[in-house]
Design a protein around this ligand. Sequence first.
Ligand SMILES: Nc1ncnc2c1ncn2[C@@H]1O[C@H](COP(=O)(O)OP(=O)(O)OP(=O)(O)O)[C@@H](O)[C@H]1O
Length: 294
Amino acid sequence: MLTLREVTKEFRIGAFGGKSVAAVKGVSFDVVPGEVVSLIGESGSGKSTIGRMILGLNSATSGSITFDGLPVRAGKEYYRHVQGIFQDPFSSFNPVFKADRVFAMIKEAYYPGVPAAEWGERVETSLRDVRLNPGQVLGRYPHQLSGGQLQRLLIARALLLDIKLLVADEITSMLDASTRIDVLNLLAELKTRGLGVLYITHDLSLGTYLAERTVVLRQGRVAEMGPTDDVFGGPLHPYTRELLSAVPRLHEAWDDAVPVETCAYHEGGGTGGLLEVTPGHFVSCAGLASCPGG
Ligand SMILES: Nc1ncnc2c1ncn2[C@@H]1O[C@H](COP(=O)(O)OP(=O)(O)OP(=O)(O)O)[C@@H](O)[C@H]1O
């Protein structure tokens, strides 16, 4: 469904755009229907830039991003199937409009011919699908709703469309712990409906909770990716180990990252791109002193 191949993004910066910063470097991965892929990495690793390119808000400098075989084309038809939700739900709402305005806009753009009564029923169904009580959210201004309610409202809005892929960028980082779990469970439910979700987060524990597959991004490149159980159960790249060692675990001593003695990439004969160590589990060079060019 979603395919990224060798995607690179350079931003022009500085006076007159004379310098450039490479935010994303040769990234390739897929998201298929009914799967959650988490995109994990520290701040500045390029996660949001990838999300924005998938949503057509930034263009790739090189490489390709396709959805159902077609290049990303920001516009009404694309957004019928691909939607994004971001960290700060308040920024997605105009504070002077009541929350239900977001539904009215969907109707105007996509379903102008649907009778008002039928539309009202569809809105109510989508709100109940995200476990919101229509009576408690419709007719209210954004400031009268909680962050968790607004995030759900955005998911309900997406459900009114014929959505196939949801790009969820740090959507739970502003929510309290119990609301966060509710929203994560909701995403898990969406995948059972066949939706693909790209779940962008810097929080490993949330990524593992949901995702079938994990892509670990470091300084704009994929360090490691594969089935979540493999990546977290047997991390091959020192960066993944470092990230894992920073996750607090109850009842367990805080351990340091286990040092990597050998580079799984070069040991396995990697020469270009990522090395597939076990089926679907890819790793890049560990960058040890002993690595060629290290
Ligand atoms: N519009 C822009 N102009 C110039 N540089 C940018 C722009 N957007 C992002 N960058 C740079 O690209 C790099 C990747 O940024 P990005 O926001 O994608 O990282 P991130 O992993 O999502 O970080 P965070 O978790 O903090 O949101 C950073 O170095 C950032 O400064």
